[in-house]
Write a protein that binds this ligand. Structure first.
Ligand SMILES: [Zn+2]
Length: 396
């Protein structure tokens, strides 16, 4: 018995590591048994990440390990190794593309240490850091492949991935999925991220040329299976070439360390409402798509104490994934007139303040009032702008 990991077989122009694994499983000798399947998302800022930055692994039981290794050698040569070097150029993509560099690893008696998984989900990892597998094939993809096997499943969710037929994949037709059934599925208790919470648009189908028809996320394995079957059986859903349910680290927050606390120095509001929050110890970014995080960020002022979490990018700036005001700094306002209840006004520099109505004066120049934030608790981005790894706040 052992674990096979696989990664980096896709590129922007097509392919998908889940499909590569599905075909590999279908091609296994008949006396081999398949156990758990994993889909593991890794550090979202990794330089050579693939489109979805997900790697896969499968548990394999077999009588004769050598026989499986020989089979995998052949399968690698014929089906996976040729995917290396595939790259697509698109003008609408803002980061450098790396050609696919597939990697596959086999661990039998000893699995890689869990520390390696946390490195790969939280920072840049290089090939020379990976624990030695019993057998390995290929290049860069060995990192994700190993991390998928090292995953400790601290929080498990499920994704049922269904694939298109070959004809549909190559025809580039828009994916056809029963939207009424999807609406029902979205309302089921243990599914998540099925539809955009604001527009109701489907969030289960990828766009562009890739063999995945949809990926349905759930917190329960049986629900994932049932929901996928229900969608696929509909006449309003296009033909498919099967589905499999993967255990995943999606929505686990595994990519984040502990929440941090800091004091705001000032904020800058950029185009489309994006906010840069300069704090004593760190610099934070709330993007325009981040909804309530952006709104709360825009409200902040010098002296506010906040708690936050997010990923640090290559220049050390945090991209906020959640934000909370611990204590708003006070705001200085002119005192209210004791008689009229109207706010007093300054009469000029060093001239004191007086009531604009009854003209009474006050010795006290300022009152301090507590600013109340627009959101008292944690906020996060709307579900269509969250990372796959981000845990929804409503689960706490
Ligand atoms: Zn007055």
């Amino acid at each position: 018995m052992g674990w096979l990991g696989l990664d980096d077989t896709d590129h922007l122009g097509g392919g998908c590591t889940t499909k590569t694994l599905d075909l590999l499983i279908q091609g296994l000798p008949s006396d081999v048994e398949i156990g758990e399947l994993r889909l593991v998302r890794l550090w979202p800022f990794a330089k050579q990440r693939t489109r979805g930055n997900a790697s896969v692994a499968v548990e394999i039981s077999c009588e004769d390990e050598n026989k499986i290794m020989n089979h995998l050698d052949l399968w690698w040569e014929e089906n996976i190794s040729p995917l290396a070097g595939m790259i697509s150029s698109t003008e609408n993509y803002d980061r450098q593309q790396y050609p696919a560099d597939p990697g596959m690893v086999w661990f039998s008696s000893e699995t890689p240490p869990v520390e390696f998984y946390y490195s790969a989900v939280r920072r840049e990892v290089s090939l020379d850091e990976i624990p030695i597998a019993k057998k390995s094939w290929g290049g860069q993809g060995k990192i994700g492949a190993t991390a998928a096997i090292a995953w400790d499943k601290s929080l498990v969710t499920y994704e049922a991935i269904a694939w298109r037929t070959e004809t549909n994949t190559s025809s580039k037709k828009i994916r056809k999925i029963d939207s009424l059934r999807l609406e029902e599925i979205d309302e089921m208790e243990n599914t998540f991220m099925s539809r955009d919470s604001r527009t109701g648009n489907s969030m289960i189908a990828p766009r562009g040329p890739c063999p995945v028809l949809f990926g349905l996320r759930a917190r329960d394995e049986e629900i994932a299976k049932q929901a996928a079957t229900y969608l696929l059986k509909s006449e309003s859903t296009e033909e498919n070439s099967g589905f499999r349910v993967f255990k995943t680290n999606q929505a686990s927050d595994d990519h984040l360390e502990n929440d941090l606390r800091d004091t705001v120095l000032d904020i800058e509001i950029l185009s489309r409402g994006t906010v840069v929050i300069n704090c004593k110890n760190s610099k934070l970014l709330a993007f325009s798509e981040s909804g309530d995080i952006k709104l709360l960020g825009q409200w902040l002022k010098h002296g506010d104490t906040i708690s936050f979490n997010g990923l640090k990018n290559h220049d050390g700036t945090y991209h906020l994934e959640r934000l909370k005001v611990i204590e708003g700094s006070n705001q200085k306002v002119r005192p209210l007139c004791a008689k009229c209840g109207v706010r007093m006004k300054s009469m000029g520099k060093n001239q004191g303040v007086r009531c604009p109505k009854c003209r009474d004066r006050s010795d006290k120049l300022w009152d301090e009032i507590t600013r109340t934030p627009p959101f008292e608790d944690w906020v996060q981005a709307p579900n269509d702008s969250r990372r796959h790894l981000t845990r929804p706040l409503e689960w706490d």
